[in-house]
Design a protein around this ligand. Structure first.
Ligand SMILES: Nc1ncnc2c1ncn2[C@@H]1O[C@H](COP(=O)(O)OP(=O)(O)OP(=O)(O)O)[C@@H](O)[C@H]1O
Ligand SMILES: [Mg+2]
Length: 265
């Protein structure tokens, strides 16, 4: 996928994306971080055609999205909405999760089995017959995730997937990221959780004010306090701790921190 000089202006006049150029290779795990209103959601909504650029071009599988219907792009890019209530619409959880695969042409039986497998993954198989509005917000977020997983798209975009999730929910989302990546699929996640970004992604893109401020390996990006301050992003806890201890390395996981600690002793 590729963004080339992309700008996007809402009807209200707000220019949410102001000249973004960025490529994502198949199989990458990319975290997009940045303060509220930085334009992160608006940017990723170009990947399945919900937003069409006001200027510049977005390529999905090397073909411009211009003029391609959302229904076609949705077969390539699954987008899990930041707010599940903008995504879910059916009167049962199962119907919501089956909708995507049914739309892609799966038989009712196949759609049902994919939906149940996706609900198992997010820990909600027992709620298949429930009305989504009878679930909590954190559960509805997991239904929205299952609805995209059931589509088996080569690209999965997660918009703040860990918000409101407890430790088990965050671990589940991390497991999903890794299992998608291990299957060779591309994962892009927007997140405000820098520990989650540091531990689970191989690239971090920092956005501020509709533009990309930094883009690189997590250790490099999270080791650049000036850029992070400009984007109002606080580095992951372990990076802050290592900096306070005067270490030159930037450990991103507990394991890396413990290794560095052992070496220093
Ligand atoms: N539907 C809309 N209509 C008009 N303006 C919008 C709309 N959605 C977002 N905006 C504006 O566009 C800018 C970027 O918003 P966007 O939702 O893309 O940011 P974000 O980085 O995802 O923020 P957050 O972390 O709060 O989700 C903001 O100024 C926002 O108010
Ligand atoms: Mg957003």
């Amino acid at each position: 996928m590729r963004f080339e000089g992309v700008r996007f202006r809402y009807g209200s006049g707000v220019e949410a994306v102001r000249g973004v150029s960025l490529g994502v290779e198949t199989g990458e795990r990319v975290a997009i971080v940045g303060q509220n209103g930085a334009g992160k959601s608006t940017l990723v909504r170009h990947l399945n055609g919900i937003c069409q650029p006001s200027a510049g071009t977005v390529f999905v599988a090397d073909v411009p999205t211009t003029g391609r219907p959302i229904a076609e792009l949705a077969a390539s890019v699954g987008y899990v909405f930041q707010n599940p209530d903008e995504q879910l619409f059916a009167s049962t959880v199962a119907a919501d999760v089956e909708f995507g695969p049914r739309n892609l042409g799966c038989s009712p039986e196949l759609a049902r089995s994919r939906a149940l497998a996706a609900l198992e993954t997010v820990g909600l198989a027992s709620e298949a017959a429930s009305h989504p509005l009878h679930l909590s917000l954190s559960e509805r977020k997991r239904v929205a995730l299952a609805a995209v997983l059931a589509m088996h798209t080569p690209v999965v975009v997660l918009d703040e997937p860990t918000t409101g999730q407890d430790a088990r929910g965050i671990a589940m989302v991390a497991g999903v990221v890794w299992s998608l990546a291990n299957a060779g699929r591309t994962v892009i996640a927007i997140t405000h959780d820098m520990d989650f970004a540091a531990e689970n992604f191989d690239r971090v893109v920092v956005m501020a004010d509709g533009q990309v401020l930094a883009d690189g390996a997590p250790a490099a990006v999270f080791g650049d306090p000036e850029v992070l301050a400009q984007a109002a992003v606080e580095p992951p806890q372990l990076v802050r701790l290592a900096a306070r201890l005067g270490w030159s390395g930037r450990p991103l996981t507990v394991e890396q921190f413990v290794d560095e600690f052992a070496d220093r002793r």
